[in-house]
Design a protein around this ligand. Structure first.
Ligand SMILES: CC(C)(COP(=O)(O)OP(=O)(O)OC[C@H]1O[C@@H](n2cnc3c(N)ncnc32)[C@H](O)[C@@H]1OP(=O)(O)O)[C@@H](O)C(=O)NCCC(=O)NCCS
Length: 153
């Protein structure tokens, strides 16, 4: 397989990120291109994932958004590489330089995240963390699993 590189995205990557996300009817939400990391093959963007900082009770936490791999290249470890890059480059939001990694995701692909060490959160925890879930009329039949990854190194 041709070499695949992982790098941080820049402003100029916006159209490529939008194109990839649109394959899965995903959009950028309120994200900036600079929030993303990309997987690239022969100069083409073939994977993306974004990490954002959010706040809960004055505590900052990190949430993964918009992970996608080109449909022809799924199941080849590219999503795992994007996640490993993000996890290995996280500094604690509260103590820069200390590698306490706590990462949340709401996802329709729980098995992928389980394989990376994420654990599923109960609905009660989901409601504590996400204000939009508390307000959502579809909460009871939501297809998104809330999951958490935690590591101290
Ligand atoms: C989810 C996604 C990013 C995973 O990327 P990927 O490059 O295909 O994942 P990997 O090849 O690194 O897979 C790692 C493992 O997870 C499994 N896996 C990946 N996606 C899976 C899914 N949707 N359901 C179940 N298992 C999945 C793989 O089979 C693999 O298992 P193995 O290690 O036993 O072989 C990719 O499938 C994708 O773009 N899906 C569509 C968009 C999407 O659903 N995004 C998530 C929204 S939060």
């Amino acid at each position: 397989m041709t070499e695949i590189s992982i790098r941080k995205a820049e402003k100029k990557d916006l159209p490529a990120i939008q194109r990839l996300l649109s394959t899965y009817f995903l959009d950028m939400e309120d994200l900036e291109p600079e929030d993303f990391v990309l997987a690239e093959k022969e100069g083409k963007v073939i994977g993306c994932a974004a990490l954002i900082r959010d706040t809960l009770n004055e505590k900052t936490f990190l949430e993964l958004h918009s992970i996608a791999v080109h449909p022809n290249l799924r199941g080849k470890g590219i999503g795992t590489r994007l996640m490993e890059y993000l996890i290995n480059n996280i500094d604690s939001p509260e103590t820069p330089g200390v590698q306490v990694c706590e990462l949340y995701v709401r996802t329709t692909a729980p098995v992928f995240f389980e394989k990376l060490g994420f654990i599923t959160l109960q609905d009660a925890e989901k409601l504590l963390i996400w204000e939009d879930c508390r307000k959502c009329e579809h909460f009871e039949k939501c297809a998104q699993h809330a999951m958490k990854y935690f590591r101290v190194s």
